[in-house]
Design a protein around this ligand. Sequence first.
Ligand code: FAD
Length: 292
Amino acid sequence: MKITDLLKDETLSISFEVFPPKTESGYESVKHATEEIARLHPSFMSVTYGAGGGTSKYTLDIAKNIKERYGVPSIAHLTCVSSTKQTVRDRINDIKEAGIQNVMALRGDIPKDLCDADRSEWDYRHASELVAELKAAGADLCIGGACYPEIHPESLDRREDIKFLKEKVDAGCDFLTTQMFFDNNLLYSFLYKIREFGITVPVIPGVMPITNANQVDRAKTLSGSFMPERFKSIVDKFGSDPDAMKQAGIAYATDQIIDLYANGITHVHVYSMNKPDVAERIMNNLSDILGK
Ligand code: FAD
């Protein structure tokens, strides 16, 4: 099932993101964790992709398994920055052969050793080029793209960020999923700005439950996210007690999701990080709201 068809339903819904193992030895435990999450029957699950392509095989294996064994629609992520045109075309064929209908088209982070390289010779410099390639493949895929309520860390300013986002959507994105954020007002203001700019595709807010203090620094580095005082106090108070931090982090993410639903958002994507217990506790907190 295509994500855009799922999003047409106005019923409140939730989906989860998982990531594939880096190596063969981690495959079984990751597969098990993703199956535990699939058993919760989210509306869909997304499976990330290692930017260097190392986990590409596992991305598709996991996405296919979730879909075929548990009937949960899946999205396979695909990055392009360190890939050649041929590699990307091969991956698109693999996706078609696996019967996956949804692809999240990403640039991927630029490897550290290539940050200062001359990019003019690269096959792909931006995700919009991958979106165009997926469209040209004529595969009838539902294509998602990433967006950043607090602007992408490489963007000069908000205006430039939204201008390039519009180019990506115009290249063929059917929907967008946001980077994590911890203050819902940033999301509401972002939605207002992009709508004003003529970006009309559905936008799925991405919420990250922070369940241990180490994730805070990682989240800041990855997304440059603003940490509201209310969130900082939770980390200060409970960060050194793993169980308490987990409970408080899940409660904070649940509050964020409830506020999003209350303000007209019908679908939320949760960065569940291969943690079935976290996904389950969030679903339980929302059971009456979601009618599950
Ligand atoms: P782009 O859309 O190409 O944007 C990157 C930067 O380039 C932005 O600053 C943009 O404004 C700028 N830009 C775009 N077009 C142009 C242009 N024509 N000229 C000049 N500048 C331009 N990473 C992974 O490795 N694997 C994953 O599975 C993965 N999943 C993700 C899922 C989501 C929902 C999100 C939000 C991020 C994900 N990432 C993943 C991280 C992502 O790859 C990085 O954030 C990366 O740095 C940017 O990818 P992008 O697709 O947004 O790139």
